[in-house]
Design a protein. Sequence first.
Length: 176
Amino acid sequence: MSSNFKTTSKFLSLILRHEPETIGLVLDDKGWANIDEIIAKSSRPLTRKLIDDIVRTNDKQRFIISDDGQRIRANQGHSINVNLELTPCTPPPTLYHGTATRFWGSIASEGLKPMNRNHVHLSADIETAVKVGSRHGKPTILVIDTGTMHAKGHQFFQSENGVWLTKIVPIEYINS
C-alpha cells in the first residue's frame, strides 16, 4: 500500500466521519457526500480511480459507494451527527472490544463510552479486537456479555462492514 493510498484513506475518514467542513463539504443527513464534489474541493491529488480503489481494498471496509455510484460515506465511526439508517438487531451472545491497557482504569469505573464517536465499536472476533487495541498501545481485550445486555434492553446495530455498535457498555457487562 503506497503512502498516498494510506494518507488518502485517512483524509477520507477525516472528511466523511469527523470534519467535512475542512474542505467546505456538506454531508447529507445520512452521511453521504458526492464523490465529484470531494475531488473538486480537495487540494489533494484525488481521482475517482483512487477513491474506488480505497473503497474496494480497504481491509476494514470503512467506506461504501452508493448504488448509483455517485456518492460515498463512512460505514461507522462518526463523531458528527448522521443517520446511518441502522436497524436494531440481535447480537451474538459475546462480542469483543480491543483497547489499550492504559485505558482500563477509566473503563473499570465508567464502562465503555463512545467518547467522541456516536457509538461504542465492538468486534465479532478476538483477532479484530487485538488489531484495534494495538493501535493505541499494549492491547487488552474486553469480553462483552452482549446477550445479557440485549435481553435487558440495550440496542445493538451492525454496520455495513460488520462492526457491532451500541451506545454504551456498562461495566457489569464487561469481563477483562
